[in-house]
Design a protein around this ligand. Sequence first.
Ligand SMILES: Nc1ncnc2c1ncn2[C@@H]1O[C@H](COP(=O)(O)OP(=O)(O)OP(=O)(O)O)[C@@H](O)[C@H]1O
Ligand SMILES: [Mg+2]
Length: 233
Amino acid sequence: MLKVENLTKSYASAGRQLTVLESVSFELQPGDTFSIVGPSGSGKTTLLGLCAGLDRASSGSVWLNGIQLDTLSEDQRAAVRNEYVGFIFQNFQLLPTLTALENVLVPLELRGIQGGEKTAQNLLERVGLAGRGHHYPTQLSGGEQQRVSLARAFANRPKILFADEPTGNLDADTSATVVELLFELNREAGTTLVLVTHDLELAAKTQRVVRIKGGTVVSDSFSDRAIAPTPTS
Ligand SMILES: Nc1ncnc2c1ncn2[C@@H]1O[C@H](COP(=O)(O)OP(=O)(O)OP(=O)(O)O)[C@@H](O)[C@H]1O
Ligand SMILES: [Mg+2]
């Protein structure tokens, strides 16, 4: 489902090369659940963006569902994302001029699916925002925006879901609901989950935990507390 090989990302900064990710490799099968943990600034968001084809590596390759992303143009990568990927951004990235409901509808409309309102409304309900569909992002709290972003990421039933700190702005109860939704999607639709989190309790719920530090993998282990046995298809 996802294969990452020798992924390296550097930025030119004040005339110097700043390497934020160095030679990262791993491979995930469909339905796997996976966490990336590590200190602030260690390269987690960068890695997630490269895996999802939002950004291009300086060297190395990413295969998503068998498609080698680094050989594709920007538009081709966008098409692959729309077809297979759900993404929950650390800073939500909701479109400010659209209401919550309209934001959730975007991936469906991009796919040319008509009459997605009911699906979008159901998703908002499931994240506890049934009555807030007509509100704009600025009228929602951080945690509420995070949940809209979650509903949007679920809308096209992605084959693989990338979530950057999906519970970072939520209280314990809402966080538990969100975690339940994530693993339910994994169980019911076989969606591969790739989570970035500072919450080690959440990380331990995934089958495999990779720790990165200073842009390199320092440990890669399997959790004995993983939940959500995935369908064997
Ligand atoms: N466009 C850029 N230009 C230069 N440096 C960048 C750029 N984007 C990210 N970086 C640097 O790359 C490093 C890794 O950033 P990244 O956002 O991946 O960290 P992170 O592990 O997600 O941190 P956090 O837990 O705080 O979200 C940081 O030092 C950051 O300053
Ligand atoms: Mg980050």
